[in-house]
Design a protein around this ligand. Structure first.
Ligand code: F6P
Length: 320
């Protein structure tokens, strides 16, 4: 009898999760597995919500945002009771393994399950791009493009009104997304948690920008740096210039995945099954220097992704 494999999306949705589900399901079937979808993240195990997945169940989803399996954050998975219930469900369902598509919370769940003897594979998917062991996560490129397009629009108002804008970008406690958005949108300044903020230097820079004839100045501000409204207020006080604040919010998580995101998702899904089938289990699948890569989950979870300040150096010269 064919072995059963589970697939789950967990944590915040990211564009491209559907493309990853499609790849996992179709590659899984091609490798001889029966595929079972767990619904609403790990809550599906606690509330017995499953769906059998065939090649046809995942038709027409490569281009859609969100996740057909639904997702969620499940704090119960951090408790012994929640973990035991999930393990019991995995055994009752006779799942030979579980493919987990998600970000750092999903990695923690994967690590905990693997320690209890469950065979898992994690696929890196998050708009935050903050996971050690992969240069890029599924959904990141799409969110980056969405944020850049939004700032292009904000720039019109900023220029027409000669205003400074503080634009808040997602990323939890990290600034990976904000730094790339800032560079790609031609922002004048980037504020991220990984680098300190010198308010007086920033105010001086903004005023100098005006003196140099800049009609608009945009500050890409990472949500992990605190309240963008308070930040904007402080900048207005320090510069005496007109400041507006705009929070991009959840539009960054939605929408059709870009071709790059879809390609990444397809390759990650394919590799996760391929490695699992060959017995290389408990790995995080990602991309390193352009090649699909795998790193043990327990290593990925214990190490922090390094923030590269090169972007700041580039921006400093280009945003004059
Ligand atoms: O991890 C993705 C993310 O969108 C973060 O950028 C953000 O801080 C968080 O999720 C928001 O979480 P929630 O969907 O639970 O509000």
């Amino acid at each position: 009898m064919a072995k059963r494999l589970g697939v789950i999306t967990s944590g915040g949705d990211a564009p491209g999760m559907n493309a990853a589900i499609r790849a996992v399901v179709r590659q899984g079937i091609a490798s001889g597995y029966l595929m079972v979808g767990v619904k609403r993240g790990f809550r599906g195990f606690l509330e017995d919500e499953y769906v059998n997945l065939t090649a046809r169940s995942v038709s027409g989803i490569i281009n859609s945002g969100g996740t057909m399996l639904h997702t969620g954050r499940c704090p119960e998975m951090k408790t012994k009771t929640g973990m035991n219930r999930a393990i019991k469900a995995i055994k009752e369902l006779e799942l030979g393994g579980l493919i987990i598509i998600g970000g750092d919370g999903s990695l923690a769940a994967g690590n905990a399950l693997s320690k209890q003897g469950i065979k898992v594979m994690n696929i890196a998917a998050s708009i935050d791009n903050d996971i050690y062991g992969t240069d890029e996560t599924i959904g990141y490129d799409t969110a980056l493009n969405t944020a850049v397009e939004s700032i292009d629009k904000i720039r019109d108002t900023a220029t027409s009104h000669d205003r400074i804008f503080v634009v808040e970008i997602m990323g939890r406690e990290h600034g990976f997304l904000t730094a790339d958005v800032g560079l790609a949108a031609g922002c004048e300044f980037i504020i991220v948690p990984e680098m300190g903020t010198d308010f007086h230097k920033l105010a001086k820079g903004l005023k100098e920008g005006k003196e140099k004839g800049k009609t608009s100045e945009i500050i890409a501000f990472a949500e992990g740096c605190g309240s963008s409204c308070e930040f904007g207020y402080k900048i207005e006080k320090l510069t005496g210039l007109e400041v507006r604040v705009s929070t991009l919010g959840y539009i960054q998580r939605g929408g059709r995945p870009t071709a790059r995101t879809r390609i990444l998702a397809s390759k990650f899904g394919h590799a996760a099954i391929d490695l699992f089938h060959k017995g290389k289990i408990n790995q995080l699948v990602g991309i390193t220097n352009g090649n699909v890569s795998a790193v043990p989950i327990n290593r990925a979870i214990s190490l922090e992704k390094k923030f590269d300040d090169k972007t700041f150096k580039v921006l400093k010269t280009l945003s004059v």
